[in-house]
Write a protein that binds this ligand. Sequence first.
Ligand SMILES: Nc1ncnc2c1ncn2[C@@H]1O[C@H](COP(=O)(O)OP(=O)(O)OP(=O)(O)O)[C@@H](O)[C@H]1O
Length: 249
Amino acid sequence: MNPVTVENVTVAYHSKPVLQEVSFSVPEGKLIGIIGPNGAGKSTLIKAVLGLVPRASGDVYIYGKPYKQQRKLVGYVPQRGSVDWDFPTNALDVVLMGRYGHIGWFKRPSKKDVEFAMSCLEKVGMKEYANRQISQLSGGQQQRVFLARALAQDATVYFMDEPFVGVDAATEKAIISLLNELKAQGKTVLVVHHDLQTVKEYFDWVLLLNMRKIAIGPTEETFTLENLQKTYGGRLTFLHQQHAIVNQQ
Ligand SMILES: Nc1ncnc2c1ncn2[C@@H]1O[C@H](COP(=O)(O)OP(=O)(O)OP(=O)(O)O)[C@@H](O)[C@H]1O
């Protein structure tokens, strides 16, 4: 069964549509890049799947059932910029938030939960920052803490919104090896991604989006100049660059 199925989803902000009749399914155990220009509706698509913005129409299924019934299966890494980092909390507590689906909101986390959260921090190289206030972490370190929180969720399907933005090369490598680890465990990971140069290297599948679904499928067949042209429109200089990228690889 498909981990994610989106059927005819339309989303409008203040009655202006930003996603129109988007339909697709993704296969299990793949890393899938969501690619498209600024304002294409990539973040909105993720939020619509997770029920964080209302859909004007359409349905979303996670392993064949509505998201509400499958919440526990789904992990989310929001855009770093969308979070209030001044909120007074430390890295460990942020990661423990990922466990609440398992713990229940009104119970205290057990020793086991804390140990598991610490092991997630260790995986992203942030164990020694467990007690550090999140406002006192660098952007890349904050991003790693978010990934640790997603790992703590122990989900089956992950949605990540631009996890590579503002991180250094070492952190980018750490994140991509983590994504590959999740994939090796049979998990499905959908990632909003901007750097077209790394698409072929990182992703098994791509979803090209610009208000509508332009194309979806295995990267090799789908990440073509023709599809990029359809996705990015007539930005000529830009497309020349893409032409070089597509031809280089
Ligand atoms: N809360 C909101 N209220 C009104 N309009 C919004 C809201 N959030 C997003 N939009 C608009 O919806 C469109 C799609 O935004 P979205 O953030 O989904 O695009 P994106 O593809 O993720 O862009 P980017 O690559 O710049 O992050 C944009 O035109 C944006 O201005």
